[in-house]
Design a protein around this ligand. Structure first.
Ligand code: PAF
Length: 283
């Protein structure tokens, strides 16, 4: 069932709660691919009812980013959800979520701001305010849907860590279920932004997973020094790759590591054909 208004969703949720049914939420920005499908399948298997939100959230895009050209494929998204057994696809308009005039001035919106320590690094460094927008919209979706479980992919690991922190700090009564990264056979992590890449660009983009897998192999062979592990990346890079960061951080609190251990995540971001791609691996 495709619903566009908060009131319609609330009505359904009220009935489900009365019946004592468990609710799973899969928040998305649409352009659904097999990565999203795996989150949806997990929710459908675990919960009595599943809601998928499809909303390209304007307040998490920075000026100059791809808000306008972000792929919008609601018909295909709805078909995928129906096939997967989703009960509600919630696709609100920006006006439904934020009211009139939100784009003109954020001064008229209450935000949920995660701690600076979590957002001044990795993607947050170049995407200032991005995680404020993510936490705000996800908090709103939690309030609208009141799920027992919410499913997020590990592909956006910094986002996942920040949302877990938000749920803990704000005592939000639900459990976040982290879900594994889904990759193409080639190793490329699935992302809606892969659509911007040419065939050659997709080939060049394999550099992310190659670097990460090689680091994991070196780590497993006994190299724990982060400097030494980082240096192994350079042989994979060429003039078609603009590296933004390669960092080793703690998977609970994002603290930087000098010596890698089993609680370390390696994060990478780079541009191919001017498309910003991210990936990560847990050691
Ligand atoms: O990961 C995403 O697609 C978005 O950041 C999310 C969680 C749906 C919030 O808009």
């Amino acid at each position: 069932m495709l619903l566009h208004t908060i009131a319609e969703v609330r009505e359904q949720i009220k009935n489900w709660k009365k019946e004592g049914l468990t609710i799973g939420l899969v928040p998305t920005m649409g352009a659904l691919h097999n990565g999203h499908k795996s989150l949806i399948e997990k929710s459908v298997a675990k919960c009595d009812r599943t809601v998928v939100s499809v909303f390209v959230n304007p307040i998490q895009f920075c000026p100059g980013e791809d808000l306008d050209k972000y792929p919008r494929t609601i018909e295909a998204d709805e078909a995928l959800c129906t096939e997967a057994g989703v009960d509600i696809v919630f696709a609100p308009s920006p006006k439904e979520m934020y009211g009139e005039g939100h784009i003109l001035s954020n001064d008229f919106l209450t935000y949920v701001i995660p701690p600076y320590f979590y957002t001044d690094k990795l993607c947050g460094k170049s995407r200032v305010g991005h995680f404020d927008g993510v936490c705000t919209v996800v908090n709103k979706l939690f309030n609208i849907v009141q799920p027992d479980f919410a499913f997020f992919g590990k592909k956006d690991m910094q986002q996942l860590i920040i949302l877990k922190k938000m749920v803990k700090d704000l005592n939000i009564p639900l459990e976040i279920i982290p879900c594994p990264i889904v990759r193409e056979e080639s190793g490329l992590a699935l992302s809606s932004r892969n659509k911007y890449l040419s065939e050659k660009g997709k080939e060049e983009a394999l550099v992310l997973s190659r670097i990460l897998l090689n680091i994991k192999m070196c780590y497993n062979k006994g190299i724990k020094d982060v400097k030494a592990l980082s240096e192994t990346a350079y042989k994979f890079l060429n003039e078609n790759h603009a590296l933004e960061y390669l960092e080793f951080r703690d998977k609970d609190n994002l603290e930087e590591k000098e010596i890698a251990d089993s609680n370390t995540v390696v994060f990478i971001a780079l541009r191919v054909e001017n498309v910003r791609l991210i990936d990560n691996i847990e050691l």
